[in-house]
Design a protein around this ligand. Structure first.
Ligand SMILES: *C/C=C(C)/C=C/C=C(C)/C=C/C1=C(C)CCCC1(C)C
Length: 259
């Protein structure tokens, strides 16, 4: 018979109580209103991110060893985003304010991981230089640090925007015309080439939503906080979950074709 020690049960209960306390204390303010569409979008997407995480992690069992890292990274992206979404949802539901700090912390961790995916899917099929990895990392950091510094008023808002745009341009150059794109075009099998190409269009079109949000929401105030958050939330489904699904698809296709 399975036996639990008294100490084990007590500490499990204590942890559960600790985890629930902050929620109970703010129970009133935290109730999601039926007409709070932004709050509802935060909820829906949190759950989609949780489900995607379980899916990506479980599916690592199905693919060849060399594809497991890419799939694990997809799951890490959705896991980290899910936790941030819980916090962002609470900030929004309780205060009605845009959770800028949590957004940027989430971006600061998940965007480099998304960038690493370009490197990982190439490395699964051929030799790639570490330079590809580092250039993608540097572009990402310049983009995010510039944007954040501008958004919190640490530097001029326009200067932050321009620095961020330069970082993004550098990333686009690497994946469309730099070494990464050459390796994909010359050495990758068809399925990897097609995944690579879809992924870079996500980085072009799907990612354009964030600087547009910065411009319309922050620089010229043409878009409300409500609209901005819903748009960012939908963008994240595309840029985090769909991006992961593309990688899952190529990992499964390549693993099955090598059997
Ligand atoms: C999952 C989250 C993702 C993919 C977030 C991506 C964020 C960006 C591509 C942000 C880009 C920005 C610029 C290109 C200019 C400056 C302002 C930023 C940081 C919003």
């Amino acid at each position: 018979m399975l036996r639990f020690s008294k100490l084990g049960v007590t500490s499990a209960l204590a942890v559960a109580a600790m985890a629930l306390t902050p929620i109970a204390a703010h129970a009133e303010a935290l109730t999601l209103k039926s007409d709070d569409y932004v709050g509802i979008s935060f909820w829906l997407i949190s759950m989609a991110l949780v489900a995607s995480t379980a899916f990506f992690f479980l599916e690592t069992q199905r693919v060849d060893g060399k594809w497991k890292t890419s799939l694990t990274v997809s799951g890490l992206v959705t896991l980290i985003a899910a936790v941030h979404y819980f916090y962002m949802r609470d900030v929004w539901v309780m205060t009605g304010e845009t959770p800028t700090v949590y957004r940027y912390i989430d971006w600061l961790i998940t965007v480099p991981l998304l960038m690493i995916e370009f490197y990982l899917i190439l490395r699964a099929i051929t030799a790639v230089s570490g330079g590809v990895f580092w250039r993608l990392m540097i572009g990402t950091l310049v983009m995010l640090v510039g944007g954040y510094a501008g958004e919190i008023g640490y530097i001029n808002a326009w200067a932050g925007f321009i620095i961020g745009m330069l970082g993004w341009a550098y990333i686009l150059y690497e994946i469309f015309a730099g070494e990464a794109s050459r390796v994909a075009a010359e050495k990758a099998p068809a399925s990897v080439q097609s995944a690579f190409s879809t992924m870079r269009w996500i980085v072009t079109i799907g990612w354009a939503i964030y600087p547009l949000g910065y411009f319309m929401g922050y620089l010229n105030g043409a878009v409300s906080d409500e609209a901005l958050n819903v748009i960012y939330n939908i963008a994240d489904v595309w840029n985090k979950i769909a991006f992961g699904v593309i990688i899952w698809n190529v990992a499964v296709t390549e693993s099955e074709s090598s059997k």
